[in-house]
Design a protein around this ligand. Structure first.
Ligand SMILES: [Zn+2]
Length: 361
């Protein structure tokens, strides 16, 4: 599974050897193991430069003797003749190899966003169940019951009074529930929250959530308090992927609009690379398959589509051709703590050169 730590470690690679990155579809429900190995050989053949034999052997040996074939996808990184890092992926990925100064991390960034960690709260009038989902699994569950249930059972109030009283209890419980969710959410450190419950209670909660917690809510769904963990996982994973896509669409539209009005956005590879080096980019939006040859200032790592003689940033004249500036831009951005958002199937972004940058100012 993909964590921020994995990605940070990968982009910190500074060796002088070229690094071999290999992505494999290892979903054996669709094909035999030999087909996976054939995909590997095929994708290696497509590289412009042949990779180091020992690195390839290390990957083959891993597949033959160490890999358990339990995950549906695999990302392998080999350098200096050995396997450096292996990351298992929750879904199949198209086979792809890259040999470059830096690891090819774009699919991992995409996975982290789509299958990232999140919390789920299932709520009814009397109780709340809280879940943490990480790496495609439910890792913890907490249950809490409100005072309302006890009092209800003690009962015996006149109908009208009871109704009024129950409303008070419910409000009290919802407040407690929200406090619990808030604490659980803060403890986990996860940025996303999905709420389940009946419509009435979810609507009532909406108005009561503190702003910080409300910003974490990415989706809601109708659910009975007794819903099974399996159902929760299936529903929330789909909702998370959907909400990720919706957020991306908004972000692309806003950025492209800003770019056309001279606001806090630029579109296209040349301008995105320039603002990234300037330190003005806050977030890069990159189409899944965008690749482009280009040039790099070997001194300050300014990247450009067109060749240049003197670097506009540092004034040095050490220009090198780079097979894929997009991958280097991703690595530079991640190193500089600039967010990278991999965008799938978005025509507006594709029409804008497949890349845009959200600017700080
Ligand atoms: Zn430079």
């Amino acid at each position: 599974m993909v964590s921020d730590k994995d990605i940070r470690e990968l982009v910190s690679y500074e060796g002088s050897d070229l690094l071999l990155s290999v992505y494999l579809d290892t979903d054996l429900s669709a094909k035999p193991r030999d087909a996976v190995k054939l995909d590997l050989r095929q994708s290696l053949k497509e590289l412009a430069v042949s990779p180091d034999e020992h690195a390839v052997d290390a990957i083959t040996q891993y597949l033959d003797y160490e890999y358990t074939w339990q995950s549906r996808g695999l990302a392998l990184f080999a350098v200096e003749g050995r396997l450096w890092k292996v990351i298992t992926l929750p879904v199949a990925v198209p086979a792809h190899s890259s040999l470059a100064k830096y690891p090819y991390v774009r699919p991992l960034v995409d996975f982290r966003d789509r299958y990232g960690d999140y919390n789920v709260a299932i709520i009814d009038r009397e109780s709340v169940r809280l879940f943490s989902v990480s790496g495609g699994k439910i890792n913890s569950e907490t249950e809490a019951y409100g005072e309302g249930l006890k009092r209800h059972k003690q009962g015996g109030w006149a109908a009208a009074r009871y109704q009024r009283h129950e409303d008070n209890i419910v409000l009290h419980n919802l407040k407690q529930t929200i406090e619990l969710i808030d604490a659980f959410s803060a403890d986990s450190g996860y940025a996303h929250l999905i709420l389940g419950g009946n419509n009435e209670i979810l609507n009532q909660m909406q108005g009561m959530l503190p702003a910080a917690l409300r910003n974490k809510v990415v989706a809601e769904f109708p659910a009975d308090i007794r819903i099974s963990q399996q159902e929760i996982l299936a529903i929330t994973q789909e909702l998370l992927a959907l909400s990720d896509r919706e957020r991306e669409e908004h972000l692309v539209n806003d950025t492209i609009t800003a770019a056309s009005k001279g606001g806090a956005g630029v579109r296209g590879l040349a301008d995105s690379l320039y603002t990234l080096r300037e330190g003005r980019a806050r977030q890069l939006l990159i189409s899944t398959y965008l690749e482009s040859a280009g040039y790099e200032c070997a001194h300050c790592r300014y990247l450009a589509v067109e060749s240049f003689t003197t670097c506009p940033f540092c004034g040095e004249k050490d220009v090198q051709a780079v097979p894929d500036v997009v991958n280097e831009a991703v690595v530079n951005a991640l190193k500089a703590e600039v967010a990278v958002n991999v965008i799938r199937d978005n025509r507006i972004l594709d029409d804008s050169g497949g890349i845009a940058a959200v600017l700080r100012y």
